[in-house]
Design a protein around this ligand. Structure first.
Ligand code: NAD
Ligand code: GLY
Length: 371
C-alpha cells in the first residue's frame, strides 16, 4: 500500500490523500502550503476536540502564524446555519482572509460544515480534511461535497469545494465508538456492492480482523475505498452522471434518517437503504435470492441494522417523494445488476403504475418491522 493517493480534478492535480498511523506527517504536509504567514482555524466537534485538538493544534502552532480552534456540540443536529455562523464569527473576529486555511478535524459532520464555510467565507478559502471516523475517511472527506441541513431537509444547502489535502491518521479509529465504526462499514460495504466484487469478498473473508481493528487489514480497507472513490470523483466531480451511483441506498436511507428524527446514524440508514435497494434488484430479477441474502448477511455481520421498527412504510415513501434527488417527478433508484455492478431504475412519481407502487412499498416493508 502506498501512503498517498493523488486526486485530479478536471485533468489537473487537485489534492493528495495521505495515509499515516499518526499526526506526525501533518506538519510537513502543511509546510507545503507555505503557511508560516497564514492563520489556521481548526474546526472540530466536542468529542473529537477532547481527544485530538491539543495534539493537532500544537503541531500546527509550530508552523503557522496563528492557530485557533473552534468547536461545536458533536452530532448531526449541529450541521446547521447556527454552527456556520459561529465559525464565521471567529473568522471575522480573527481577521481571516483568503490566504488563510481551515482544517476540518473530525467526522463527516465537521467535514461537511467546514467545507461549506470554506466555500462561502470571502467567496472561498482553502481547507484541509483530517477525517477521524471510518465514514469520513472512506467517503465524506473525498470529492468536495460540502453542506448543511436546513429545517427538515438533509444536505439541502451546499457547494462543491475541493479540499487542498486529506490527511488520514488511521489510528484515530481506535477511539471511535463501536456503533460509529459499524456505521462507517455501511459506506465501505456500499463500495464493494456497487463497484468491486473482489473487495466485497475481501470484506466477507476478513470480518473478524476488521471488527477487531487489525491495523493492516483496516488500512487496506480504507485505502481500497479511497481508490474506488478516486475513480468516481475524477470521472464525474460534480455528480452529473456516474457519481450518482455513490447514492446507492441513500434515497431510502435519507428518508429513514428523517422519519427517525436522526436517532439512527447516517451509515445505519444507508445499511437499511441498501437492503431496500437490493430488494428491488431482486424483485426486478437483476439479482437472485442468494445474492439478496448475502447482502443482508454481510451488513448484519458488521453489526448494521437490516430492519427498523417504529416507522410506517407510507411515511418513508412520502419522505422519498420530498427527496432532493427527485427531478420533475422522476426519481432514480440505484439498483444492483450483480455484486460489483449497478443499474439505474427510474420511476415517474406523477404516473406510477400499480406494480411500481407495490414494488416500492414492498421494498420498504422488507426493512420495516411492525410493532
Ligand atoms: P460524525 O461526524 O457525527 O461523527 C460521528 C461521531 O463520532 C461524533 O459523535 C463524533 O464526535 C465522534 N468522533 C469522530 N471521530 C472520533 C474519534 N476518532 N474518536 C471518538 N469519537 C469520534 O458522523 P460521520 O458518520 O463521520 O459523518 C456523518 C455525516 O457525513 C452526515 O452528516 C452525512 O450526511 C455526511 N456525509 C457526507 C458525505 C460527503 O460526501 N460530503 C458523504 C457521506 C456522509
Ligand atoms: N458520498 C457521496 C458522494 O461523495 O458523492
Amino acid at each position: 500500500m502506498d501512503n498517498v493517493i493523488k486526486i485530479n480534478n478536471e485533468g489537473e492535480h487537485a489534492y493528495d490523500i495521505i495515509f499515516s498511523d499518526s499526526f506526525k506527517l501533518l506538519k510537513s504536509e502543511l509546510m507545503k502550503f507555505n503557511i508560516e504567514n497564514k492563520r489556521i482555524c481548526i474546526v472540530t466537534d466536542s468529542n473529537v476536540a477532547s481527544i485530538y485538538a491539543n495534539e493537532v493544534k500544537s503541531l500546527v502552532d509550530m508552523v503557522c502564524k496563528h492557530c485557533y480552534v473552534v468547536q461545536f456540540p458533536a452530532g448531526e443536529l449541529s450541521k446547521r446555519h447556527e454552527t456556520v455562523n459561529k465559525i464565521y464569527d471567529v473568522l471575522v473576529k480573527k481577521k481571516f482572509d483568503r490566504k488563510d486555511i481551515l482544517i476540518a478535524l473530525g467526522g463527516g459532520v465537521v467535514g461537511d460544515i467546514t467545507g461549506f464555510v470554506a466555500a462561502t467565507y470571502m467567496r472561498g478559502i482553502d481547507y484541509i480534511q483530517v477525517p477521524t471516523t471510518l465514514l469520513s475517511q472512506v467517503d465524506s472527506s473525498i470529492g468536495g461535497k460540502t453542506g448543511i441541513d436546513y429545517k427538515d431537509h438533509k444536505n439541502i444547502i451546499g457547494a462543491f469545494k475541493m479540499p487542498k489535502l486529506v490527511y488520514i491518521n488511521l489510528n484515530t479509529l481506535k477511539t471511535l465508538p463501536e456503533r460509529e465504526f459499524n456505521a462507517g462499514m455501511g459506506e465501505v460495504i456500499k463500495y464493494g456492492l456497487i463497484m468491486a466484487d473482489d473487495f466485497y469478498q475481501y470484506l466477507n473473508q476478513n470480518i473478524a480482523k476488521i471488527k477487531s481493528h487489525d491495523l493492516e487489514t483496516l488500512s487496506n480497507v480504507v485505502y481500497m475505498c479511497c481508490r474506488l472513490k478516486k475513480i468516481i470523483v475524477e470521472d464525474d466531480p460534480y455528480e452529473k452522471n456516474v457519481r450518482k451511483i455513490l447514492n446507492f441506498g441513500h434515497t431510502f436511507g435519507h428518508a429513514i434518517e428523517k422519519c427517525k428524527g436522526f436517532e439512527y446514524l447516517h451509515g445505519e440508514c444507508v445499511s437499511l437503504g441498501i437492503v431496500a435497494a437490493a430488494y428491488i434488484s431482486y424483485k426486478i430479477k437483476q439479482i437472485d435470492s442468494n445474492t439478496f441474502n448475502s447482502v443482508k448477511n454481510t451488513l448484519a455481520s458488521y453489526g448494521l441494522p437490516i430492519a427498523v421498527s417504529g416507522i410506517r412504510p407510507n411515511d418513508i415513501l412520502r419522505e422519498i417523494l420530498n427527496d432532493k434527488k427527485m427531478h420533475s417527478g422522476y426519481i432514480t433508484f440505484i439498483v444492483l445488476k450483480r455484486i460489483g455492478k449497478v443499474n439505474f431504475y427510474k420511476v415517474n412519481f406523477n404516473n406510477m403504475t400499480d406494480n411500481e407502487k407495490d414494488l416500492l412499498i414492498n421494498a420498504i416493508e422488507s426493512i420495516t418491522i411492525e410493532q
